[in-house]
Write a protein of this length. Structure first.
Length: 177
């Protein structure tokens, strides 16, 4: 779909902006704008009908803020407890804080060793929860790891691998594989 949009945008650039220099460029077609050589943004929303809204094929989750240039979003546990989590594309699993663990039901607690970004090996409590949801996207019975000293949880590939996703300035777009 991106190639089709890109071709249309290139064709329409010549029609809409015949005097634009050759360095005018189309931005990500899913965002429905282009930037001219002078830096002016031109809204192409009419060309991308429906691409900026939630659809059955994609869901856009607002980014609440950034921490160390990494997005933070709201995540719901077991259908009733919501907390902020870092979307960590380098984490293999789902790491929750002790506070989150105290507020949700964790089944079959166990232990697991894991390596931190600094290379050190630590042991964590692990378990399975009923569900985790990001917007309307839900994963049932995910395995989670509890990090008692963490101030915020990490949403890693245990959840992310179920979707194609991209991080944009103000939202993350998820598409079911």
């Amino acid at each position: 779909m991106r190639i089709i949009y890109t071709k249309w945008i290139v064709v329409l650039i010549g029609i809409l902006l015949p005097t634009a220099s050759s360095v005018a460029k189309a931005q990500d077609a899913d965002l429905c704008f282009m930037t001219t050589s002078s830096g002016k943004k031109i809204n192409l929303g009419g060309l991308c009908s429906g691409s900026v809204t939630e659809s059955s094929s994609s869901v856009r989750i607002p980014i609440k803020r950034y921490q160390a240039k990494t997005p933070i979003i709201d995540v719901k546990f077991n259908g009733n407890y919501t907390t902020e989590m870092v979307v960590d594309t380098g984490a293999s699993g789902i790491l929750i804080t002790q506070t989150t663990a105290d507020n949700i039901k964790i089944n079959f607690p166990g232990k697991a060793k894991g390596s931190l970004a600094d290379g050190s090996i630590v042991e964590f409590d692990t378990g399975t929860i009923d569900s985790i949801a990001v917007g309307s996207l839900k994963l049932n019975s995910p395995k989670v790891t509890i990090a008692p000293k963490a101030s915020i949880g990490l949403l890693g590939h245990e959840f992310l691998d179920n979707y194609d996703w991209k991080i944009v300035d103000t939202f993350i777009e998820f598409r079911k594989r």
